[in-house]
Design a protein around this ligand. Structure first.
Ligand SMILES: Nc1nc2c(c(=O)[nH]1)N=C([C@H](O)[C@H](O)COP(=O)(O)OP(=O)(O)OP(=O)(O)O)CN2
Length: 117
């Protein structure tokens, strides 16, 4: 078992339900923690066959976030978590999505959600 961390993935998307948020993209910062099974053969052979490839899930998330429209931060967070858990090799995952300047007097607001098998 191994824990993978993808740190501070900075993307732009439509996030929020205020009128101006529906038409202007904003930054979101995504942090992922993924515990996945590592095949013994991959470790012994130092070969990528059968590994949980962190690039694959990161690219999928980038495309999904950049092409999507989300009114609620919790919906975006939950959908990313669901996407990660679709892979049977993932035993546990945590997703945090940060929305900088979401509130006038706060640096940011974030939602954090986790799931396990
Ligand atoms: N549970 C959630 N609550 C809110 C979400 C959300 O996604 N989940 N989103 C928003 C708004 O989209 C936005 O992030 C903040 O709202 P806003 O009213 O504009 O906040 P301000 O502090 O800027 O409000 P002012 O009245 O201008 O001070 C809200 N809640």
């Amino acid at each position: 078992m191994a824990k993978i961390r993808v740190k501070n993935l900075l993307l732009r998307t439509y996030i929020g339900f205020n009128p101006e948020e529906l038409i202007n993209k904003q930054d979101v910062i995504i942090n992922l923690e993924i515990e996945a099974i590592i095949p013994e053969e991959a470790l012994l052979a130092d070969e990528p066959d059968g590994i949980y490839n962190y690039k694959t899930i990161t690219k999928k998330i980038i495309a999904y976030v950049q092409e999507g429209h989300f009114k609620l931060l919790e919906v975006l967070t939950q959908n990313l978590l669901n996407m990660i858990m679709e892979d049977e090799r993932v035993v546990w995952a945590k997703v945090e999505v940060d929305k900088p300047h979401a509130l006038r007097f706060a640096e940011s607001v974030s939602f954090e959600m986790e799931a396990h098998r």
